[in-house]
Write a protein that binds this ligand. Structure first.
Ligand SMILES: [Zn+2]
Length: 255
């Protein structure tokens, strides 16, 4: 080496130290985003309590109340039939409607409210949130809220599509004053061969404080989902009577 031409190399230690500090920070951020969804993907309802007020999955057990909930509407075929069945059976429910469907069928939204049921939001688009930014989630929820505000409704409850909230979903929903809720019992109408199986699945987890997930639309699942849910309703109603449970709205279950 010729004397005087050697350049002093920068000390890599500070960069390594800064990087080492950033790695756990990045890992924590990633975990905060993905862990809620991973928990929910496993349908480990009780683990949702880890997120406390950020995400509910059931109501108080010290009561005789349960909440029947319907996702993915309003649907011009399914929703009126479900509403008629609920009237006949004397059941009240909460409908988690999609903003894009609200704009398409505002008359059905009004009909849900007129019959004494509660309106809640399922977001605007029926999209998975794992790959979405907090900004995207905020815009989606704002559009859904605006669609309902045009009809004079202000949802308090929110259920993310596919029941898969990311950390961003939970944080944004809370910042917007929405209470995120999943479920503790479901009919899994998309894989159930008939209404009997839907009702049996619901009955297995039907207990005080239960939040029951059903669908009044086939739009985001296989054909027949709302028909199987509809067929299961008389059986679910009979099971509620047998266990002396009353179906109420989400607001009544969790004030
Ligand atoms: Zn849905």
């Amino acid at each position: 080496m010729i004397e005087g031409t050697a350049r002093k190399q920068p000390d890599p230690a500070p960069a390594r130290r800064a990087c080492a500090r950033l790695v756990p920070f990045g890992a924590a951020l990633t975990a905060a985003h993905y862990v809620p969804s991973a928990v929910v993907l496993g349908q480990w309802g009780p683990f949702c309590t880890l997120f406390g007020e950020l995400c509910r999955w059931q109501g108080p057990r010290a009561s005789t109340r349960v909440a029947l909930t319907f996702d993915d509407g309003p649907d011009p075929e399914g929703t009126p039939r479900v509403l008629d069945a609920l009237d006949e059976l004397g059941l009240r429910a909460t409908f988690f409607v999609l903003g894009e469907r609200v704009r398409a069928h505002p008359d059905l939204v009004e009909e849900i409210a007129r019959r004494g049921h509660q309106l809640a939001t399922h977001g605007d688009e029926h999209a998975r949130h794992l790959a979405r930014s907090p900004l995207w989630v905020r815009r989606d929820l704002a559009r859904a809220r605006d669609a309902m505000a045009l009809l004079g409704h202000a949802p308090r409850w929110y259920r993310p599509a596919y029941g898969q909230p990311s950390g961003s979903t939970l944080a944004v929903a809370r910042a917007m004053g929405l209470r995120t809720v999943l479920w503790s019992a479901w009919g899994r109408e998309w894989v159930a061969p008939g209404p009997g199986e839907v009702a049996a699945r619901v009955a297995r987890r039907l207990r005080p404080g239960a939040i029951v997930l059903l669908h009044d639309s086939d739009r985001f699942g296989p054909w027949g989902m709302w028909r199987r849910a509809l067929g299961a309703l008389p059986l679910v109603a009979a099971e509620l009577r047998r266990r002396r449970l009353t179906s109420v709205t989400m607001d009544e279950l969790v004030p």
